[in-house]
Ligand binder design. Structure first.
Ligand code: ATP
Ligand code: MG
Length: 704
């Protein structure tokens, strides 16, 4: 397993007895260390089932599974490769009962959470509910309960949110549902409060590997610590300069704490970048330069100077998009001359990266116009489409009858003559007796609040769901599952529902195609043809439809269905983390977009005359890391573009190039310093400081 690894990488791979941290810049082969170490551990006799590798996204997990398979072969199948959230699902499915959670619990997506909060807050508007959602999520990530949140609330608004949080949590319990944050929080609770469960998992985990460690939050770190126990056999890899999820509660404290919590920690640093040319790497190092350093490090590349990084200016976004398209077309055609291996470049060699989701639209339109195939990653996924969410709501209801949001969506999609008033009365009844909506259906006293006809229709629906659930439990294999799903869609007349609800027939038809596509894909999972279940299971045996529905409930909320197509990638910078492309175009590198608006309206760039406030400074540092992540995705060529005008609300305002463009110091290419010389200087400085502080410590001890 040491082929294709440098000495430092080998050191990290071969150290298996205790805690190991690989700390290194972008493209230095950290993720490669993880994949190879999985192989090394198996070679050393650890059963694949006892190895867990944790990635940041499902997509990264899928990619790592592929790489592990080609490196190690079939044995890689047994290894658990998944996100922290998917690991959480696995733990809760196995042991959640000790927390009072039934096996078939539901996982709520963000829309479900918004609607529960709207309701719990006394019918507030969606914007307020989403703001609450944000705050509550942050609190949950910090490990606060609603009571603790209320006690430390900064103002009345926070007090209100804390009280809504209490009602929200009550409802989740009643619905036998968990939200995203619970997928980390509840496993932590399991490990903290239930010694027998903790022992079991510590036994199970022979070695845990964590990629993108810099973006873990406090709760995830606690989970990791408890999972590995005293033996502390784990490998974390990360780069403090790529920490870009501070806004979601990720904290660099986890990096700082590691050597303190694990004094025996082995730290390995990697310094060679294998991804990018020197020109690209220099721009990256220059941009990240002004940020404070947690650890001294620098990167060099031996891939040669390469093409200079280009700066492109455009009048506005549309113009920028045209220039991007032109660049892709010419780079593709020039592939034969510009060191492209004598061949036309493939579409998948190109990526367009931007700060915010909404920026994708203009580029999508331009690419369409030029007939260039593309995919938007990190944006709306297949599972966010309304028709797929409809179907998923039904599946969730089969799996967990008490999932109220799924109940409400299913009973009204398509409409079945059960009116709003009926549902409202049912809701009040359920609230009064602390029952789920489904459980209330069959309560003998329901007749006291609803007319017999309404009760009759509700019963009919309930029986239908029970019947579907019963049959789904017995349906197995592709053919049977496919037939079952089509019959069900016919039963509920879903195709008609789509065409009735959509003015454009073309749109309705494309939505119906999505539905059929979904059924086919579900059925394939029942037949064991698809073995990627977001890391929940990687065995490829036949499954029942109900079992598949259980994993869908998770996939529908956290997975992107990715296929390896030959298309241009459009992606947010956040979603591009860990990935690489030969040609990258970073767009919208305009003040106010990247860095994103830092100050207030009067001073949007945060460039006040006086010193920056601490808050603005921290945000600027995170934006700079984001820029660093963007630059370092490029392997061979990088273009950075900005626009002279940008949208602000409905207006167009004059705009400036991002300060990061100047910081890349592209024109100073001729006066560049050798990074290895710089590294030497940094090391010398570090050693000097260490000596000084040791001397100071000795002096203070010697003092009387
Ligand atoms: P990031 O910080 O962006 O996540 P990383 O440190 O995880 O980057 P990898 O993605 O593991 O870096 O590696 C970057 C590229 O360099 C990959 O294409 C990888 O295959 C290649 N690479 C890594 N190590 C070596 C090596 N020793 N020899 C050859 N190629 C390598
Ligand atoms: Mg990586």
């Amino acid at each position: 397993m040491s082929a294709g690894l440098n000495l430092a990488q080998q050191e990290a791979v071969n150290f298996m007895q205790g805690p190991c941290l690989v700390l290194a810049g972008a493209g230095s082969g950290k993720t490669r260390v993880i994949t190879h170490k999985i192989g090394r551990l198996i070679q050393a006799g650890l059963e694949p089932q006892r190895i867990a590798a944790i990635t940041f996204t499902n997509k990264a997990a899928a990619e790592m599974r592929e790489r592990a398979k080609s490196l190690i072969g079939r044995e890689a199948r047994g290894v658990l490769i998944c996100t922290f959230h998917a690991l959480g699902v696995r733990m809760l499915r196995q042991d959640g009962d000790v927390l009072g959670l039934k096996k078939q619990f539901s996982i709520l997506d963000s829309d479900d959470v918004t609607s529960i909060l709207k309701d719990a807050g006394g019918s507030v508007d969606s914007a307020t509910a989403r703001q609450w959602q944000w705050t509550i999520s942050l609190w949950k990530n910090m490990g606060l309960t609603s009571v603790q949140a209320e006690a430390q609330a900064k103002d009345d608004n926070e007090k209100i949110i804390a009280r809504v949080m209490a009602r929200y949590e009550e409802r989740l319990t009643a619905y036998q549902s968990v939200d995203f944050d619970d997928l980390i929080k509840l496993p932590l609770k399991l490990l903290q409060e239930h010694a027998e469960v903790r022992d079991k998992w510590q036994q199970q985990m022979g070695h845990v590997l964590v990629d993108e460690y810099q973006d873990t939050n406090a709760t995830q770190y606690e989970v990791l610590k408890l999972l590995v126990g005293e033996r502390a056999r784990f490998t974390a890899v990360g780069d403090d300069d790529q920490s870009i999820y501070g806004w979601r509660g990720a904290t660099l404290d986890n990096l700082k704490r590691l050597p303190l919590d694990f004094p025996q920690l082995k730290v390995v640093k990697l310094e060679q970048n294998y991804r990018s040319t020197s020109a690209i790497l220099r721009a990256a190092n220059n941009v990240i330069g002004p940020n404070p350093k947690l650890f001294p490090k620098t990167l060099f590349s031996e891939l040669g100077e390469g093409e200079p990084v280009r700066v492109v200016d455009a009048d506005n976004e549309e113009h920028e998009a045209e220039r991007v398209v032109a660049r892709i077309q010419s780079a593709r055609a020039n592939g034969a001359t510009e060191g492209g291996g004598g061949q036309v470049q493939e579409w998948k060699n190109f990526a367009v990266l931007y700060r915010a989701n909404h920026q994708a639209r203009t580029f999508e339109k331009a690419l369409r116009k030029a007939a260039i195939p593309y995919k938007v990653s990190g944006g709306q996924s297949f599972f966010d489409r309304a028709e797929i969410k409809d179907l998923c709501a039904w599946l969730r209801l089969w799996v967990n009858n008490d999932d109220d949001p799924a109940f409400l969506r299913s009973i009204t999609t398509p409409k079945r003559g059960i009116g709003h008033t009926t549902l409202q009365n049912l809701g009040e009844f359920a609230g009064k007796y602390r029952l789920s909506l489904f459980a209330s259906l069959f309560s003998p006293s329901l007749g006291s609040v609803l007319p017999a006809k309404a009760v009759g229709s509700l019963h009919e629906f309930g029986r239908y769901v029970n019947d579907l659930e019963f049959r789904a439990r017995q349906t197995e294999g592709y053919e049977a599952a496919h037939a079952f799903l089509l019959e069900w869609l016919k039963d509920i007349d879903y195709e008609k529902h789509l065409f009735d609800g959509e003015d454009s027939e073309k749109l309705a038809a494309s939505r119906w195609t999505n539905v059929l596509d979904f059924c086919d894909w579900m059925a394939k999972r029942c037949g064991g043809e698809i073995d990627d279940t977001a890391g929940v299971s990687i065995a490829s045996e036949k499954k029942t439809l109900l079992e598949v529905a259980q994993t869908i409930a998770l996939l529908s909320t956290i997975s992107e269905r990715e296929t390896d197509q030959n298309v241009v990638t459009l992606s947010t910078l956040h979603a591009a983390k860990g990935l690489e492309w030969p040609h990258v175009m970073l767009v919208g590198v305009t003040e106010g977009l990247l860095p994103f608006k830092l100050g207030d309206d009067d001073n949007p760039t945060g460039r006040a005359d006086g010193p920056m406030s601490e808050g603005i400074l921290q945000r600027l540092q995170e934006e700079r890391r984001l820029m660093y992540v963007g630059i370092t995705r490029a392997q061979r060529s990088l273009a950075v573009s900005w626009t002279k005008k940008r949208k602000k609300g409905r207006e167009m305002i004059a705009a400036q190039p991002s300060r990061f463009i100047a910081e890349m110091a592209l024109e100073k290419a001729s006066t560049r310093e050798d990074p290895r010389e710089k590294l030497k200087a940094l090391r010398a400085e570090f050693a000097k400081k260490a000596l000084e502080s040791a001397a100071a410590a000795a002096a203070s001890q010697a003092a009387p």
